[in-house]
Every structure is written in C-alpha cells, then in structure tokens.
Design a protein around this ligand. Structure first.
Ligand code: UD1
Ligand code: MG
Length: 450
C-alpha cells in the first residue's frame, strides 16, 4: 500500500519556555521531529510533508538536514489540527494512497504500530491510534460502538459520561489521502476552542456511512512533550528502553543507568560498555569491543576487539579497525586507525591515517590546523611515533619509520627512517648544585630585606 506522511509541527510549545521551536528539542541527541520522521520513514513513504508554523525556518532546515526529499509547508495561523493537515493538500497533489498523520511532538510512536495502522486502513476508511490512558486528563476520547469508532470528542466538549472514557486519542490517523482532504473540507470550528478539529472527521465519515476503527498501542508510545519536565521524562523513557534493548541483544552494560545512547546507536553482541559512557549520533560499535568508563563517542565506528578508553573521545569520522587501542585522554577525529594500531595516552589524532600496528606514543599531536585550513597526516604501518611528537600537517611518515620523542616533525619521513628534531642535550657538571646554592642565598637576602 502506498503511504505518505503528514507531520504536524506548527505549534508554539509555549510551555517549553524556549526560543527553539518545540519539535526541535532533542531526545537522545535528535529532535523530536526527527524521531517522528524516522518512525514514519519505515513505511517507505512516497511523500513526507511537515507542517511548520512557529519557527518555520528552523524547522525547515532541520527537516531538510534529515531528509532532503521531504516537503515543508507553512501554516501561517494555527487554527487547529484539521486546518494543519489541510496545509498538506497541495503538496500531496494527486497522491492516491494512504496518508498517515503524525505529530512532531509525539516522538515514540513505533514502526510496528504504524504497520498495524496501515493494515487496519485496508479494512476501514479512517483509522485512529488510541491508547488506554492511566490519567486521561485532557485528551480527546474515542467513542466506540462495539469495535466501530463512532466519533472522537475533545475533552473541552465532552460530557461527564464521555470524560469517564479512558480510551484516548493519540492524534495519529490513517486514511486514504483523497478521502482525508474531502472529510476535512467538511470540518467546522463551532466548538469549545473555536478550532478546526481533525478529530471531527470520524463523525463526518460515519455520517456518510463510511467505516472508522481504532488501533491501540501502549501509552508509552503516545507520550507527548509540552514542557521541559516532560522532555526530561521522555529522555529518561527513551534511554530506559534503548538500554533494555541492548541488554536483550547481548550487550553488557555494567551500569545501564549511566550509559546514554543516541537514537541511532548500534552496538554489537558481546560488547562491554563500562559505566558513564555517552554516545552521540552516528555511532556503530561492532561485536566484541570494549568501551571503558567515561568515554564519549560520536559519528564513529569501532570494530571488533577494539578497546576504547577509559576517558577517550571519538569524534565524527573516527574509524577504528579491529583490535585497535585508544586509551585515556585521547581524542580522535576524522581519522582511520588501522588494525592493531595503538594510541594509548594523551593524544590528538585528527584528519589522519594511522597504519596497521603503528604505535603512537603518549602526548603525540597531529597539528592539523594552521589557523585557516585543515591538513592531513599520514602515519605509516608499523611506525613508532615517539612520545610528545608534534606532527605538523601536511606530513607523511613512511611505513616502519620512527620519530624521536619530543620531535616537531615538519617534513615527510621516509620508510624505515628515524627522524629526530629537537635541541641536542648539553650537560654542565655540578651546575645543579651551584644553582640551588645561588638561589637559596638570594632568597635568604630577600627575607632579611637587604
Ligand atoms: C490533540 C487532539 C486530541 C488528542 C491530543 C493528543 C485534536 C482536535 N485534538 O489535542 O484529541 O487527544 O492531540 O495529544 O486534534 N498543530 C498544528 N497546527 C495547529 C494545531 C496543532 O500544527 O493549528 C500541531 C501541534 O503543534 C501538535 C499537534 O498538532 O504537534 C496537536 O496539537 P495540540 O494543540 O497539541 O492538540 P491537543 O489539544 O493536544
Ligand atoms: Mg497536545
């Protein structure tokens, strides 16, 4: 079945008390809007239309960054959810498949639930996603007649008896696009809020003799975010679920509650994650790796058998091959570290290639930035870079070469050569003792005030 997504993201989110549009607030390092788009993307939609309003420019940039094929339409005035959906009409053109309406501030609707809605849409003209609410509060209520959905009543417009219903509206709707826009054309705003309610399409469909039904999902999936407190709750809920999934998948987390994952973190089986590790976006860790305590990883790949940290920082473009070692206080950015290479202590390796089995001594820095441009450093296989070597890029160290510790390497070093670039050592016998005597006498004179 062909699908298109309509994602509502025009609301202001006043209670966030923020300059950032609500839907751009991040959960697990990615905006709520991207979470919703990613869930919808699993249906392989023909069109994705995001309805923006408040902060439309920023929302548009975020949408394009995630999916440049998505369309953003602007709802100038927020007149209600039906009016919002109607803004997508032109963008969907003559699309004749099923449209799914999602909310940009409801990030956790699962791909599985969306699949079930698509399934239900084959047997029913309009499908609504409902959930049993522990505290139904101000949600719209689904009014059923047997299995058939008769209408949705908004809290403000509901009678006491209707408010007692605990089956609530998540806002997610699936309906043939043509019919959806047709029904919306009949929605008015004569209600307690003076808004065009998308929820009214159910009663309108039923009045035409069409069918409507509800699919239900766990309440966790419909969790919406309206405040910073709810954002923090949503983050905690996401992290708890993501950690549980990793444990189930055979990853060891020694202290799960201290490990923070991104939406797209992938970790292989039998990998060990020590406490207090933070994953930014775009990290893949293969099976059988070890990420030691207090490491921070982002936009990187860690291969089987690698041992990272403690206190390591892997930044975007760090590619660590099998059995590599990256130790404490080492930062790696945009660099390939080949099989068996070691960077164990206090180093910065950026814009670089490190060959297989190379050994990078403590305190080595690739000086990649000249203040204007970034330059590349090549470190050959099996080379031995002495401690505290400054590799001033662009520079090429041949295979099997060595640099003496403390060297500042500004020219290429050929294969198997030893490069030394530091002041020769001079020795002055007895000078240390004389110096101390001289300084001690000086201090005594100063204390006497003479
Ligand atoms: C809506 C539903 C309610 C449901 C609840 C679930 C309607 C009339 N009511 O109520 O049944 O239980 O969601 O959370 O649909 N938006 C726009 N443009 C607008 C209005 C809203 O883009 O003109 C967006 C908002 O940014 C938000 C979503 O649509 O992402 C829902 O709007 P909101 O005002 O939160 O609706 P609720 O009153 O919560
Ligand atoms: Mg709401």
């Amino acid at each position: 079945m062909k699908t298109s997504l309509i994602i509502l993201a025009a609301g202001k989110g006043t209670r966030m008390n923020s300059d950032l549009p609500k839907v751009l607030h991040p959960i697990a390092t990615e905006s709520m809007l991207v979470h919703a788009m990613a869930a919808g993307a699993t249906l392989d939609p023909e069109h994705t239309v995001v309805v923006a309003g408040h902060g439309a420019e920023q929302v548009s940039a975020a949408v394009q960054a995630y999916d440049e094929t998505a369309t953003v339409v602007v709802q100038e005035e927020q007149l209600g959810t039906a009016h919002a959906v109607d803004q997508a009409r032109a963008a969907l053109g003559d699309f004749d498949g099923t449209a799914i309406v999602l909310y940009g501030d409801t990030p956790f609707v699962s791909p599985d639930t969306l699949e079930r809605m698509m399934g239900a849409a084959e047997g029913s003209d309009v499908v609504v996603l409902g959930f049993e609410a522990r505290d139904p509060g101000r949600y719209g209520r689904l009014i059923l007649n047997g299995d058939a959905l008769e209408r949705i009543v908004e809290f403000k417009d509901a009678t006491e008896a209707e408010r007692a219903v605990t089956l609530c509206n998540s806002g997610v709707v699936a309906c043939k696009a043509g019919l959806l826009f047709d029904l919306i054309a009949g929605v008015g705003n004569d209600n307690a809020s003076g808004e065009y309610y998308l929820t009214d399409i159910i009663a309108l469909a039923r009045a035409r003799g069409l069918t409507a039904s509800a699919v239900t999902c766990p309440e966790e999936e419909t969790m919406g975010v309206n405040s910073r407190a709810q954002l923090a709750e949503a983050e905690a809920a996401f992290q708890a679920r993501a950690r549980a999934v990793l444990l189930e998948d055979g990853v060891t987390l020694q202290a799960p509650e201290t490990v923070f994952l991104a939406r797209d973190t992938v970790i292989g089986r039998d990998t060990l994650i020590e406490p207090n590790v933070v994953f930014g976006p775009g990290v893949t860790v293969e099976s059988g790796a070890t990420i030691r305590a207090f490491s921070h990883l982002e936009g990187c790949h860690v291969s089987r058998g690698a041992i990272i940290g403690p206190y390591a920082r892997l930044r975007p473009g760090a590619e660590l091959a099998e059995n590599t070692r990256v130790g404490n206080f080492v930062e790696i950015k945009n660099a390939i570290v080949s099989e068996g290479a070691k960077v164990n202590h206090l180093s910065y390796i950026g814009d670089a290639f490190v060959g297989a089995s190379a050994n990078i001594g403590a305190g080595t820095i690739t000086c990649n930035y000249d203040g204007v441009m970034k330059h590349h450093t090549h470190i050959g296989a099996r080379s031995f870079i002495g401690s505290n070597t400054m590799l001033v890029a662009p520079v090429h160290i041949g295979n099997g070469a060595m640099t003496g510790s403390g060297s500042v390497i500004t020219s290429d070093v050929e294969e198997d050569a030893l490069a030394l670039s530091r002041a020769p050592q001079v020795e002055k016998p007895g000078m240390a003792r004389k110096l101390v005597a001289m300084l001690t006498a000086k201090k005594a004179r100063m204390q006497r005030g003479s």
